[in-house]
Design a protein around this ligand. Structure first.
Ligand code: SAM
Length: 266
């Protein structure tokens, strides 16, 4: 089995069993936009991460930075001083509106609404392409990273959590539904897909990120956790108490991967 097929099959194992999903009043998979605008604000007010440093190492002053799955722009907006233009691609128009609000007064920015790689044909080649915290949403990761690579003149930078972003909720799934969640795929598996498909040397930086916003105990975060667990709104107080008493998990282990792009124009 190819690394890309192993990735896709491991991701499919994260499907929520029908017996649980059928009890959910709201989609457990919807990403609330506030999470990613908060992530972007946090990235603008914190020291640069290895992802930001690697982007800036490849990006020429005044260059074009393409952010795929941009959300609120946490990966790209910290490079506002250096980039001549930031192009944000996201399937969510709401996320892109938030991105544009945060970009205003910081960087020249444009957006493309759509699903990558299907919209790649509408996007110009960039100096650097960044894609942060999207890989675990993508079943066909080989095609996805190949399209990123074809759009980068200089470098591609991919950031992802070391394990699946839902892994920190595993103990809550066990508590409420007696369900064991999968332990793969991981960033190692993504690295194998990239090596298999892109056939380039990949730089790997592992680092410790901030506490996951998803485990916060403010009302919006608890409501999101409750939806992700397919539970009724009446369970929010219980979830909050569990989060408050559960010994704090280790901060998020992050991985930044970098490789050369192969776009030739410019
Ligand atoms: C977890 S958020 C990450 C946002 C931002 N990059 C960050 O690190 O904060 C994932 C984002 O990718 C978008 N997304 C997921 N799959 C996508 C795809 N195939 N094409 C375009 N956008 C996608 C989602 O709409 C969401 O805004």
């Amino acid at each position: 089995m190819s690394a890309a097929d192993r990735w896709s099959s491991a991701l499919a194992d994260w499907a929520i069993p029908e017996r649980i999903l059928s009890q959910a009043a709201e989609s457990p998979w919807d990403l609330p936009p506030w999470v990613f605008s908060e992530a972007a604000i946090r990235s603008l007010t914190s020291p640069p991460t290895p992802t930001h440093l690697l982007i800036n190492a490849h990006l020429p002053t005044g260059g074009v930075l393409l952010d795929v799955g941009a959300g609120g722009g946490a990966a790209s907006l910290p490079s506002s001083d250096k980039a001549g233009l930031i192009v944000a691609v996201d399937q969510s128009p709401t996320m892109l509106r938030q991105f544009l609000q945060l970009a205003e007064g910081r960087a020249a920015a444009t957006t493309v609404v759509g699903h990558w790689p299907e919209v790649a044909g509408q996007v110009e080649v960039a100096d650097v392409v960044v894609c942060a915290n999207v890989a675990y949403n993508v079943s066909a990761l080989g095609d996805f990273v190949e399209a990123l690579t074809h759009k980068a003149r200089r470098g591609v930078v991919m950031e992802l959590t070391a394990s699946h972003p839902q892994a920190p909720l595993g103990w809550l799934w066990k508590h409420f539904w007696q369900l064991d969640r999968p332990t793969s795929p991981t960033a190692e598996d993504a690295l194998e897909v990239i090596r298999e498909r892109v056939r380039k040397e990949v730089q790997v930086v592992t680092w410790t990120g901030p506490e996951p916003l998803a485990l916060a105990v403010n009302p919006e975060a608890v409501a999101w956790t409750r939806r992700r667990l397919c539970l009724e709104p009446s369970r929010e107080a219980e979830i909050r108490d569990l989060l408050l008493t559960h010994p704090s998990d280790t901060p998020g282990q992050m991985v930044t991967l970098g490789w050369r792009g192969d776009a030739s124009d410019g």
